[in-house]
Design a protein around this ligand. Structure first.
Ligand code: OAD
Length: 243
């Protein structure tokens, strides 16, 4: 069975990480959607770094929840599996998905990259990094420009190599199952991928989203509650020895 899973911040909500647009998303009374922009960084890089450093700390302190674990079980039992996440946290990986099973389409909060050249540094996701206690904005050791979080901001291009990985996977054959979990699905490319030919399109989201009208099945419950049982039934239903 060929499986595509698309996740958004709702899948990490039960791990205590606020969604972008839900309750707790605001930080110091600022809308995260207005902080995650190149313009916000140009105007006030310190403020944007403070926000990302707090988010890094919150993610380090968080643990994968039953939804992350259920997706690992699905991946282990599917013949082909790809998870495209809009999340910049590392909870899918910490739950046990391997890099070839994940595309972090909006980047990785634990990468720090130069705002001008290609220089990139990895921050250990489980330990505090020096830049996070310093009040100075980190600078590139090659060109001296400000370093920035390795995430995609509003108005920026996606990494073409990541888009290619998703397109290559989708081009290899028709999907048997598409799961869309915990996202308001506001980006055209997310809806486009979710709408690729599939035998079953299931949305898991306590609220209605633009995906709801297109999904064959919508499950209005938190992912951590519903996904473990849903994966059990999907695995039990499989007709072939390998899903
Ligand atoms: P949003 O905050 O827009 O949406 C979170 C979704 O998760 C909502 O539809 C909630 O109803 C749903 N949700 C909340 N709790 C849930 C739970 N326990 N189980 C399942 N679903 C739950 O976040 P995203 O859709 O991830 O992009 O946002 C997409 C992108 O927009 C982000 O990656 C970010 C953002 O602005 C960039 O920064 C480029």
């Amino acid at each position: 069975m060929r499986v595509l899973v698309i996740t958004g911040s709702g899948v990490s909500a039960e791990s205590g990480i606020p969604t972008f647009r839900g309750p707790g998303g605001y930080w110091r009374n600022l809308d995260p959607v207005s902080l995650a922009t190149p313009e916000a960084f140009a105007r006030n890089p310190r403020l944007v770094w403070d926000w990302y450093n707090e988010r890094r700390q919150r993610i380090r302190a968080a643990q994968p929840n039953p939804a992350h674990a259920a997706l690992v079980r699905l991946a282990e039992n599917a013949a082909e599996f790809l998870l495209v996440t809009q999340n910049v946290d590392d909870l899918h990986a910490r739950a046990g998905l391997i890099p070839s099973q994940i595309v972090q389409i909006h980047g990785d909060i634990f990468l720090t990259r130069c705002s001008e050249c290609d220089y990139t540094e990895e921050t250990d996701s489980l330990t505090a990094a020096g830049t996070e206690t310093s009040r100075d904005i980190p600078c590139c050791q090659h060109c001296g420009a400000f370093m920035r979080p390795g995430v995609v901001w509003f108005g920026e291009q996606l990494d073409p190599a990541k888009v290619e990985r998703v397109e290559d996977y989708l081009a290899r054959g028709r999907l048997d199952l598409t799961l869309v979990i915990g996202t308001t699905a506001l980006f055209g490319y997310i809806v486009d991928w979710a709408m690729r030919p599939t035998a079953q399109l299931i949305e898991i989201n306590p609220e209605e989203s633009p995906m709801s009208a297109m999904a064959g099945q919508t499950v209005r419950q938190p992912a951590g509650i519903v996904l473990p049982g849903m994966v059990d039934s999907l695995l039990a239903q499989r007709s072939a020895p390998v899903l």
